[in-house]
Design a binder for this molecule. Structure first.
Ligand code: GLN
Length: 188
């Protein structure tokens, strides 16, 4: 089948290129009508989570996507995507902006500070080995619920998590050379 990439805002083209390299067909989700295309996976790219959440809500895509994720569809969420998946945001971040909220984690937006929040490193991610990791005004995970597995930490902060079919990363695997994380996603 195909992977649907949310394409209302942010770094969606880079995910599509990465998935194409692995032989995966992608469809873009720009409006509710796009949800009728056949797809069995979902990518939520980085970008600006407040803009993405508002657009998903206005376009009537929030509830249908929430249902499909809750129904077990594999999802790869990076950076702003992780914020969209989070069931809880740190109090000073939570302006009530619409989110999917399907993952039992507490996330802090711009957790490294707005200016110093961009850096490149390597980290060990369970199931993928050592991977390059580019952080851009990144969030991190402050609390994980019972069903959530920590896949990677960076300087003691949780930056990659999995809850069943949902994979959430604070960084941008679509911007680096390694295919490992997209391979992991396609294996879910
Ligand atoms: N800081 C952004 C937000 O809060 C996320 C940044 C990113 O996706 N690279 O939505």
């Amino acid at each position: 089948m195909a992977t649907a990439v949310l394409a209302v805002q942010g770094a969606f083209a880079e995910h599509e290129a990465k998935l194409a390299e692995l032989g995966e067909t992608c469809v873009e989700l720009r409006q509710a009508a796009d949800l009728t295309q056949p797809f069995d996976r979902l990518v939520l790219p980085g970008g600006e989570s407040t803009t993405q959440g508002k657009l998903l809500d206005e376009l009537g895509m929030l509830e249908p996507l929430r249902e499909r994720i809750a129904g077990g569809m594999p999802v790869l969420a990076t950076c702003a995507g992780l914020i969209l998946l989070a069931s809880r945001l740190d109090a000073h971040d939570d302006k009530g902006t619409p989110r999917l909220g399907t993952m039992d984690v507490l996330v802090r937006r711009n957790a490294y500070g707005r200016q110093l929040g961009s850096f490149h490193t390597e980290l060990e991610l369970a199931g993928a080995g050592i991977v390059p990791a580019t952080f851009i005004r990144a969030p991190f995970v402050m609390e994980t619920g019972a069903g959530v597995q920590t896949l990677a930490t960076c300087d003691g902060n949780v930056v990659a998590v999995r809850q069943g079919n949902q994979l959430g990363l604070a960084f941008h695997p679509e911007l680096d050379d390694s295919p490992r994380i997209h391979e992991l996603f396609l294996s879910l």
